[in-house]
Design a binder for this molecule. Structure first.
Ligand code: NAD
Length: 267
């Protein structure tokens, strides 16, 4: 079992989905965890779940695209738990089913501001704490959509591709000072990303669910993953067991990007 006892971790966007599973997984491994999200009720619920399982956690409300929120997130964590060892840049949004000529500039920039801008801001304000002790572990949650060009996902693909190369660039700058930075590229994971009922019509919601199930069925493992299947990899990457891993782009995708699905027409 991965041992993170004594470590302090922040997981952004941890009110739901992959972030929630990661916060809970790190807490089970012994870390003190700051759960952070724009959704206050969801974040507080995760803190209660962690405490009920015997772990330690606090909630700090933060929009990762807001610099003042991010500063407060880092400062509150350090003031509460006495330091910072681990950052999981997980908060992210989908960009809708749109090609470039159909997207408003403001909507495109909003996806970038949250997905890559939020990764930058949280990393920027976490790094001084890591540099003080020449130790720190960051996991950036990218996507297989950062590795391939997916149809009608212009803003999302652009933002996730940026996270992947930013992970490599950070590695070059900070590996000599003992800071390890890796990225995970999840494939199709069973969360509400891009299909929150509250933001879609019934028709749009049903279409989004069907699209995702069809895509997941076409990948080699033939199903969506559960969030814990990503969280387990994140826990490994921030642990001492991954001590020689940095700058790695780790796919957790059921084999999705290994192949083009030829269906029946394979030869
Ligand atoms: N679900 C998938 O299939 C999948 C695949 C690849 C990558 N990802 C990535 O995984 C990460 C987590 O997504 P998920 O699938 O768990 O989705 P989710 O929608 O279930 O959870 C995302 C969480 O992030 C929060 N969030 C959104 N904007 C925020 C902001 N500006 N500041 C702080 N928190 C914010 C949301 O409130 C939500 O609680 C995202 O970066 C996403 O792009 C997901």
């Amino acid at each position: 079992m991965t041992n993170l006892s004594g470590k302090v971790a922040i997981v952004t966007g941890s009110g739901n989905g992959i972030g929630r599973a990661t916060a809970m997984r790190l807490a089970v491994a012994g870390a003190k965890v700051t759960v952070s999200d724009v959704l206050v009720d969801d974040g507080n619920r995760v803190v209660e779940e962690i405490k009920a399982a015997g772990g330690q956690a606090i909630f700090v409300e933060a929009d990762v695209s807001n610099e003042e929120h991010v500063k407060n997130l880092i400062d509150t964590t350090v003031a509460t738990f006495g330091g910072l060892d681990i950052l999981v840049n997980n908060a992210g949004v989908g960009g809708g089913q749109l090609r470039t000529h159909e997207i408003d500039h403001a909507d495109f920039m909003r996806v970038l501001a949250i997905n890559i801008g939020g990764t930058f801001l949280c990393t920027k304000y976490a790094l001084p704490h890591f540099l003080k002790k020449n130790d720190g572990r960051i996991v950036n949650i990218a996507s297989t959509y950062g590795l391939i060009g997916a149809p009608k996902a212009a803003a999302y693909c652009a933002s996730k591709g940026a996270i992947i190369n930013y992970t490599r660039q950070l590695t070059v700058d900070y590996a000599p000072e003992g800071i390890r930075i890796n990225a995970i590229c999840p494939g199709y994971i069973d969360t509400n990303l891009g299909r929150r009922k509250s933001t879609l019509s019934d028709e749009q919601y049903e279409a989004a669910v069907a699209r995702r199930e069809k895509a997941a069925a076409m990948q080699p493992i033939g199903r969506q993953a559960q969030p814990i299947e990503v969280a387990n990899v994140a826990a490994f990457l921030v642990s001492d067991e991954a001590s020689f891993m940095t700058g790695a782009i780790v796919t957790v995708d059921g084999g999705c990007v290994t192949t083009f699905n030829y269906g029946e027409a394979s030869n």
